[in-house]
Ligand binder design. Structure first.
Ligand code: IVH
Length: 719
């Protein structure tokens, strides 16, 4: 080897070592200008000897812009997510289950880590060389973002030599993130340039990773911490502590706040210590993670439904922030209900800009009594919608209380209280009620059974705290809302009919009825002439309408927007009646025998199908559709949730609420939206509210977030 080549290799090693000191240890040993000179020399040599340059050279971090989108990559092993815990009880339950599962044999060590608020990635090293970087994606398939990962200075392109030999294949899993101070600078620069600012470091990190041009990613201050291992060939590990110390010796960045403990109480101490230090930790975290340290025990515990039984995230409580109330508006939904919404001075809560906060109904409005100019405390956790915790009344010249509107803000029709009716069977002699029913049908049936001339029925209407617009289809908000719901993803799923296009077609009277959507192609030439439409977009629109023609029965039922008929009820109806015609002909008695349907919902369904406008509209619609019924609930004795009535509440993770619901339904469960004595258990996620209280009061078994995966695996052991 000639001297220049020796020098070239030496400079590469020097730069790598300085990168490690600077980006990973945060302890540079040379001044910046010396580093720049080394880099300059490296580039000069490479210019003279391009054949010496390999992809591991520190000069090769920023590659060329790929011409197409990112390729997808199937992970060797699924990238799991973590179940969440919100309090010490959840954590103790987590530990108790582990002890039980392992047969009480050993003392369990836990590896404690901060829960980084960034983007998860998988980095694949082949014999020490970074070969690939992939996003988490859906956990099974991610996007190949190798060229962007290579630009991140704390990700070594080549692992550091050490006494440990490199594995043939090593998959390092971890988090890409942006430090708080770097984030502030990034946003400041964006603001100066008049560009869009990021709401939080997590969005900025994830967005930067998905830039097609690696030069853009390179300009973003991204950092990396390893927090796990995927596939590993050619090296054996026994526990997490060893994995992370080996990672460090290979030059991979590992979080300094990690700690090994020997009891669950120490885990709780760790949580409090990190929570206390949170402000001063230079990067965003949203909790801590506890992992069983020994890999053999992890293996024994296994995983369920995309999350390991051996790990849990202990989340910090929801952040609360102060802001100011600028107005309180009433928004009209598709059912005509008016919801009071506070307009706030925009504030960042838990990394998301919040400027609206629902106040739900008039009771909540009266309880909080928010007025223009008042202060407000807003709380938001995870993906949960912001909640107004408290109003801080303005000291002087406080504005007038918000009045419930007498007219609909959208169409000016009179507002009425949405009432709930009950039917009282009265004794006509003493005018005293004998029995109360929630439907006229049941009251009538009782009267018929009694065959007494001394009884009659009286309807009693009780106002709910919900105001309603009386305009019906004449109210634009109700009319548009009905169609927005009809085309939405969980309903007919017509993605070509986005809000703007939909509203234009409604305003131009091309859509007056559900069936009109399916006749739009007859107006193709006219539509192409409309402003912002054009040939291509009309083509896309017609294509997506054509695709929606074959529809599953439960989606069709849901799309009609019958009051009180949500997704679950629609599924149950589809399973029982099997066709739209049978549903239309169902009697009250037929309906209340369907799981999750009580007299109130049955009455709404009967009312819907008694209305002549609805009958004609559904009849016309059916001519265009081809309906299937996959019958996911067909009874099968082997189904593990068969016979169980299960309710869900709060934000459920790591699986989405829909995933959990579908899993339960396909296992034969009845999934209900309300709690009653018949409920076998309540699955309670984050921010569970009144349902949780009711379940406690009724003594219904509660499955918390930490138990969910075990419950799904083996419900019998829980009930
Ligand atoms: S371990 C075995 N450790 O949280 C479970 N994840 O819900 C795999 N995260 O997608 C993850 N900090 O992006 C683990 N110290 C940490 C973490 C962490 C943040 C993220 C990660 C993952 C999500 C899990």
């Amino acid at each position: 080897m000639n001297n220049l080549k020796k020098r070239y290799i030496y400079i590469q090693e020097q730069i790598r070592s300085h990168d490690y000191e600077y980006y990973i240890l945060d302890r540079p040993s040379i001044p910046d200008h010396q580093y720049d000179e080394l880099f300059k020399e490296l580039k000069q040599i490479e210019l003279a000897h391009p054949d010496w340059v390999t992809s591991e050279s520190p000069s090769q971090r920023v590659g060329i812009k790929p011409s197409t989108d990112f390729a997808t990559f199937k992970h060797f092993k699924q990238m799991l997510s973590l179940a969440n815990a919100f309090n010490a009880d959840d954590i103790k339950n987590f530990h108790d289950r582990i002890v039980k599962n392992l047969g009480n044999k050993e003392q369990i060590e836990y590896f404690c880590e901060p829960k980084m608020d960034g983007a998860a990635v998988s980095l694949i090293y082949e014999r020490g060389i970074l070969a690939r970087g992939v996003t988490r994606g859906d956990g099974t398939i991610g996007e190949d973002i190798t060229s962007n990962i290579r630009t991140i200075r704390s990700v070594p392109l080549l692992l550091k030599e050490s006494q440990n030999s490199f594995p043939d294949l090593l998959e390092v899993r971890g988090e890409i993130f942006i430090q708080k101070s770097d984030f502030d600078t990034l946003n400041l620069k964006a603001k100066e340039k008049g560009e869009k600012v990021f709401a939080n470091p997590r969005n900025a990190a994830a967005g930067s990773l998905r830039q097609l041009d690696p030069a853009v990613t390179s300009s973003r201050p991204l950092a990396f911490f390893a927090h796990g291992i995927g596939t590993c060939q050619g090296h054996e590990f026994t526990d997490l502590e060893q994995i992370f110390s080996t990672f460090s010796s290979w030059g991979l960045p590992v979080n300094n706040y990690n700690k090994l403990v020997t009891s669950i109480d120490e885990c709780l101490h760790y949580f409090h210590d990190i929570e206390a230090a949170r402000e001063n930790i230079p990067f965003e975290i949203d909790g801590v993670v506890f992992k069983v340290n020994k890999l053999s025990l992890q293996k024994q515990l296994g995983e369920i439904a995309r999350s390991p039984r051996w790990a849990i995230a202990h989340k910090f409580p929801a952040e609360e922030v102060h802001t100011e109330i600028e107005a309180v508006d009433f928004q009209v939904g598709r059912t005509g209900i008016l919801t009071p919404v506070a307009k706030l001075k925009t504030i960042n809560v838990g990394g998301v800009n919040v400027s609206n906060c629902t106040l739900h109904n008039l009771d909540e409005l009266n309880r909080l009594d928010p007025r223009v100019g008042d202060g407000a405390v807003i709380k938001r956790a995870g993906d949960v919608i912001p909640k107004m915790v408290k109003v801080i009344p303005k000291k002087r010249n406080r504005a007038a209380a918000i009045q419930a509107p007498k007219k609909c803000p959208s169409c000016g029709s009179k507002t009425i209280f949405n009432y709930q009716a009950e039917w009282l069977v009265m004794n006509i002699n003493n005018s005293k009620p004998v029995k109360k029913f929630s439907s006229n049908y049941e009251a009538q049936k009782y009267l018929d059974d009694q065959q007494s001339s001394q009884l009659n029925i009286v309807e009693n209407r009780m106002n709910t705290p919900f105001l309603k617009c009386s305009g019906g289809n004449n109210c634009p908000e109700i009319f548009q809302g009905k169609f927005t719901h009809f085309v939405s993803r969980k309903a007919m799923d017509i993605d070509g009919l986005g809000q703007e296009i939909l509203y234009t077609l409604i305003n131009k009277k091309y859509i007056n009825d559900f069936a009109d959507i399916f006749s739009l192609k007859e107006h193709r030439a006219e539509l192409e002439k409309l402003e912002r439409f054009g040939q291509k977009s009309v083509e896309n629109l017609i294509q997506s309408i054509d695709q929606s023609v074959s529809v599953e029965l439960h989606k069709l039922i849901f799309s009609l927007g019958i009051e009180e008929v949500g997704e679950t009820t629609a599924r149950n109806l589809a399973n029982v009646f099997k066709s739209m015609e049978a549903l239309q002909n169902a009697t009250f008695q037929d309906l209340i025998e369907v799981p999750d349907i009580g007299p109130r919902v049955a009455t709404k369904i009967i009312d819907y199908f008694c209305n002549i406008e609805n009958i004609t509209s559904v009849k016309k619609l059916l001519r265009h559709l081809s309906i299937s019924n996959p019958n996911i609930n067909d009874v099968n004795e082997e189904m593990k949730f068969l016979g169980l009535q299960i309710a869900l509440t709060g934000k459920i993770s790591p699986m989405s609420r829909d995933e959990v619901k579908n899993l339960l339904l396909s296992g034969g469960a009845k999934v209900t939206s309300s709690i009653s004595k018949k409920t076998d258990c309540l699955i309670a996620g984050e921010n569970a509210g009144s349902k949780l209280e009711k379940a406690k009061a009724l003594g219904v078994r509660i499955i918390d977030a930490t138990e969910l995966t075990d419950f799904i695996n083996d419900p019998k052991t829980f009930l």
